[in-house]
Design a protein around this ligand. Sequence first.
Ligand code: PMP
Ligand code: GLN
Length: 383
Amino acid sequence: MLPVTSRLPGVGTTIFTVMSQLALEYRAVNTGQGFPDFEPPRELCERVSYHLGAKHNQYAPMAGVMPLREAIAAKVMRLYGRATSPDTEITVMSGGTDALTSSILALLHPGEEAILLDPAYDSYQPIVDLAGGRAMRVPLARPGFGIDWERLAAALGPRTRLLMLNSPHNPTGACLSPADLDRLAALLRPTGAFVIADEVYEHMVFDGVPHASVNGHAELAARSVVVSSFGKTYHATGWKVGYAIAPPTLTAEVRKVHQYVTFATASVLQYAIADFMTAHPEWEAQLPGFYATKRNRLVELLRPSRFTLVPAESTYFQLVDYSAISALPDTEFSMDLIRKHGVVTIPVSPFCANPPVNERLVRLCFAKEDATLEEAARRLAGV
Ligand code: PMP
Ligand code: GLN
């Protein structure tokens, strides 16, 4: 056998896959990996069946089918007041993951720096590594997981090419405000840094607070790729359809990579989503209420337990603090929860380069039927 030198020597299997495998093995309640245990809207699934029979089974255009790009442009105008060209600024991707990967590889050159705010979603660092870039990991402020402006300013330098921004934030549920975006725009003004704004949870911001999208901030948008995912919006994480929005010069570079990473995204899914978006522009509007009800249910169910909860402002994740229960590091504690109590959670430390030693947090996904949340809470009450 020829020896192989790994391009990603520090990487194993993602924490989400590991935990979902353990969920099966231990027949545990899976409140770990972020996916709904309920179905997409029936009408959307019917449009998929329709397009399977409508001769839409060959390659889609590399940048996405035009009806979907037009529907995305209409949504972005309606929600954020941003005019975007479906031709030159919108690219349909195979999930947010493709959008992130293609964008990082397109924008980051070997030796350049990318700032990641910890906890950071797991796919950012490996792609920065594959690009030959250097990830500069800057912790978010505790408590609250807002931007630590002093540390961010200190990390920015002449080699900074990229800032990875994630709002609404996985795993903490924290959100950036319009004032944060203004401050960020001012901070980046003298730099040559692009922003990749990971907004896959854009429609899950609770308590009447509007999502502060980079799409709605003209100055930041001019240096950004904004990423979203229909997997989250339509309860269809397995479909892997998302998109990237960026000014024409950035889009041209991102597409150069995308066309060789996946080339194009599943045609029938694109036509079906375009139909549904056009027929139901109101869909997104009910998501905050829908998910806030689930969050509130989980918070209420866990109230009698020994976990401490800071209610999540957004996403479908709830962090729980277990410091009143155990001094174990979070990954070991999560393993214990599976083995001894049959509940899957996601530890936060795999999202961090240098996890704070005294942090005792695990993440629960509440994109679940009430019965799943009730069973998880029943088991966690005994911890
Ligand atoms: N970014 C974040 C913050 C995520 O949580 C996820 C996945 N859940 C993605 C990107 C990837 O999105 P997709 O599943 O559409 O590839
Ligand atoms: N984004 C999902 C989560 O945070 C997982 C996606 C994956 O498993 N790659 O749970």
